[in-house]
Design a protein around this ligand. Structure first.
Ligand code: GRF
Length: 232
C-alpha cells in the first residue's frame, strides 16, 4: 500500500555559535544547557579560551563541547592577538560570537569585523557601572536595585545596544559575594532568553533600542524582573 506523502516541514535554519570564555564558565554552561534542553536549532562550533587550565574549559569538555585554545602571545599587540583569534573563528565560521565571562578587551578592528553578531553579558544594569568591580561599586553607591545586561558589542566598552536586562534587589545586609551570587543566578536565566531571541531573529534594532519584530512573546515568563525588549 502506498503511504500518503508527508508534507515536507522545512527545518529551521541552524545557527553556529562560538563562545569565548576566560574563567568560571557558568554562563556558557547555562547557554549550553538551554540549547540542549530546549532543542534550539543551534550548534556550538567552538568554546574558545586562551588557556586550558580554567574551569570554563573543563566544563565545556564535560559537556562535550568542542574546545579551541588560542594562547595569548604577549609579544603581539592587541590587534595582532585578535588576528590569531580571527584565524580560529574563520575555521569554525560562527554566525554568532558569544562573550561569556570573556575578560579581554577586544581591539576596535576585531569588534568592527564582528559588529552586530557579537553579544556580551555584563553584571550591572548598564549604563550604570560599566567596567570592572560592578558589585562593589553598586554597594558603595547605595543603589537599591542592581542586575545584569545582555548587549551587542560595539567599540565603546559595555555601551552597545541593550537587548535585555535582569533586575535584582540589593538587600541591606548584602556584601559583594551575596550580591554577585544573586546577579549571577539572574544572568543564567537572562542570557539564554536574550540570546535565543537574537539568534531566532526576533529582535530588531531601532538605533540603539532593541524591539521585538513580532508581537512580543511572554519571554520573561512569570518573572517581572527579566526585562526583554518592548514590542515594536
Ligand atoms: C559574569 O558575571 C558576567 O556578567 C561577566 O563575567 C562573569 C562571568 O561568569 N561578564 P561566568 O564565567 O559565566 O561564570
Amino acid at each position: 500500500m502506498q503511504m500518503p506523502e508527508q508534507a515536507a516541514v522545512p527545518a529551521p535554519p541552524s545557527r553556529k555559535l562560538a563562545i569565548l570564555v576566560s574563567g568560571r564558565g557558568s554562563n556558557m554552561e547555562a547557554i549550553a544547557r538551554a540549547i540542549q534542553s530546549q532543542r534550539w536549532p543551534v550548534t556550538v562550533v567552538a568554546v574558545i579560551a586562551h588557556r586550558e587550565a580554567i574551569p570554563a574549559v573543563a566544563c565545556a569538555r564535560a559537556l562535550g563541547l568542542p574546545v579551541r585554545i588560542v594562547p595569548l602571545n604577549k609579544a603581539l599587540d592587541r590587534a595582532q592577538q585578535d588576528a590569531e583569534l580571527d584565524r580560529c573563528l574563520d575555521e569554525v565560521a560562527p554566525d554568532w560570537i558569544v562573550l561569556a565571562g570573556y575578560m579581554r578587551i577586544l581591539s576596535a578592528g576585531f569588534v568592527a569585523r564582528h559588529e552586530g553578531r557579537m553579544v556580551n553579558i555584563h553584571p550591572s544594569l548598564l549604563p550604570a557601572f560599566a567596567g570592572l568591580d560592578t558589585h562593589r561599586r553598586a554597594l558603595a553607591a547605595g543603589v537599591r536595585v542592581h542586575g545584569a545586561t545582555v548587549h551587542l558589542v560595539t567599540a565603546d566598552l559595555d555601551a552597545g545596544p541593550i537587548i535585555a536586562q535582569a533586575v535584582v534587589p540589593v538587600h541591606p545586609d548584602d556584601d559583594e559575594a551575596t550580591l554577585a551570587q544573586r546577579v549571577l543566578q539572574a544572568e543564567h536565566r537572562l542570557y539564554p532568553l536574550a540570546l535565543r531571541a537574537l539568534i531566532e531573529g526576533q529582535i530588531a534594532l531601532d538605533g540603539c533600542r532593541a524591539r521585538w519584530r513580532d508581537p512580543a512573546p511572554d519571554a520573561g515568563g512569570a518573572d517581572p524582573l527579566l526585562l526583554l525588549p518592548e514590542p515594536a
